[in-house]
Design a protein around this ligand. Sequence first.
Ligand code: C2E
Ligand code: MG
Ligand code: MG
Length: 626
Amino acid sequence: MSYAERALRTLSAGNRTLLRAQDEATLLQEMCRVIVELGGYRMAWVGYAEHDEERTIRPMAHHGVEEGFLTLGHFSWAEGDTPDARGPTATAIRSGKTVVIQDLHNIPDVQLPISLNESFRRGYAALAAFPLIIKGETIGNLTIFATEPDAFDECETGLLAEMADDLAFGIATLRMRERHREAEETIRHMAYFDALTDLPNRSSVGETLAVEIAQAQQENQSMAVLLLKVGRFQEISDTLGYQEGDHLIVEMAGRLQHIAGPNKSVARVGEDEFAIIMPRSSAEAAMRVAHHAMREVCDPVIFAGLAMDPHAHIGISLYPGHGNTPEALLRRAKIAAVQARRTACKYTLYKGTEDRESTRRLELMSELRSAIDQNELLLYCQPKVAIRSSEICGAEALVRWQHPQHGMIATGEFIALAEHAGLIMPLTRWVLEAAFRQSYAWHEKGIKRPLSVNLSAQDLRDPRLIDRISGLFATWALPPELVQFELTESALMEDPAGALETLVQLKDLGVELFIDDFGIGYSSLSYLQKLPVDSLKIDHSFVTSMLTNAGSAVIVHSTVELGHNLGLGVVAEGVESEALWDRLLELNCDTAQGHFVGRPIPTEQFDEWEAQSPWSRSPGGDVALH
Ligand code: C2E
Ligand code: MG
Ligand code: MG
């Protein structure tokens, strides 16, 4: 076999290797093997030119009679006058050209990094070093030794150089394939994992659940899905910034992973929602995990140097009882999580009727819009009485919805619906108009009775709110003290800075402002001090229980003191009994509202009610205001 022939055989076998190789290391190894076994060469090796300080040539693969040859010295492609630098491999890499030494017996030893004797001992008589070039850059070498001193003539060298080029091409292709694979992996990761917590996301949890459901079905097992909703996320993001909100989520993710352990997967399924999937689990096991999770996740988190207790609530749904699709299980766990907010332990199992409830809510939502347009709403009002003088000092406007089929809809329910459906603004417009009309009627009769109107968080974001209210004052020519506004603490905390701005504008109109449901939100004292408000209304949950619950008693007592210290009036809501009234009098609370004082009634019946009530009209009441 001529040298050219063996080179040709090597070339074509090399090409087959190129086609088959799946990864770089195997490709290099296979090429060396083919060169030696099919080409009949003594040894072949591939090195990569590194860009470290010593410009190391790192042997990557070899085949044939090597016997430790590649570890005898340090191969380097650095410039210089050393044997390393002037060796054929280094020269091939630096120059990008093939270097051939046809007869090793006829060159001075000094040109080689390793003594010639070492080569002779291994039967190397000639060598050819080929650069491996990818896109103009030499990435390494392929060096071949032959036993025949006259090997590597021009024809053979040309063919082998072609093979070295093919090898470089093969390496480039594999590297490109690897980059594609990595890019695909990144894209896949982005599609299935949450960027902030690196937990599986909603799409991913859907797939995992589908697999787990199928598995559970096969094994006749039950399984549980826990959905944890993190409380205060919006509030923390709004007041402390998105970074702190993210910090809360990352912290929660870590804690949940710790709780879940290796057999349950945790996923982030919403901005402030996590799911824990518990294969082969019963309701009891799920409740135990929920109980444990509640304790762990509510430990304080440090925000900007301050420790704050996070809030959370958990809903649990079970396969097969609550559904057999990922969507149904997640949806029902979420419904349960909303319910859990109202429970003492803050976690609960899904209870069957909620879906019918949700459908009813959806229907109501669509009907509310036309109810507003078609005047199915009614304006009720509830008296407020000054505690020290027992005089009626105002009334609160409360909207009612008289549904043609369902009768009177609970106000709390449809206000929440309106908030969800973006219907608060038309609702508020309706209430404002009705309240101003009523105020005007009282004003005309010479009754000075301030009427307070509730505003929601969304109203505070309505850019036309202030214009609408000042327009109404102008239309009815009413003095500003006859209309007041109540804003819940939690509405203010949804956007504290924006709320402050709107409150300042409202205050500029000369109206009185109340903070409603005080005590159940989380406003800070420093924020409160900045607000241009006149009174606090203590939430009725504290007032109604103040005689039986020491904690509530402390809250009522200290809110009265706090309000007075800040120069604010204090109203107690939910005054349902005389005993409560007496206690509030002792505490020096200013105003009472509640069933003991008077229930909400249609506004047109208010005068009649007042005439028969034990409360007297405030002295200013009979004085005509105009
Ligand atoms: P709120 O502003 O705190 O209104 C007081 C609520 O307590 C009223 O419920 C009232 O009927 C109820 N209440 C009055 N006296 C007592 C009592 O002695 N004991 C107890 N347990 N409750 C008492 P209502 O009318 O169902 O309204 C619920 C909430 O809906 C209101 O709470 C208010 O936040 C909102 N709301 C009512 N009307 C409007 C409105 O026109 N616009 C807006 N944006 N929200 C409204
Ligand atoms: Mg109110
Ligand atoms: Mg209230």
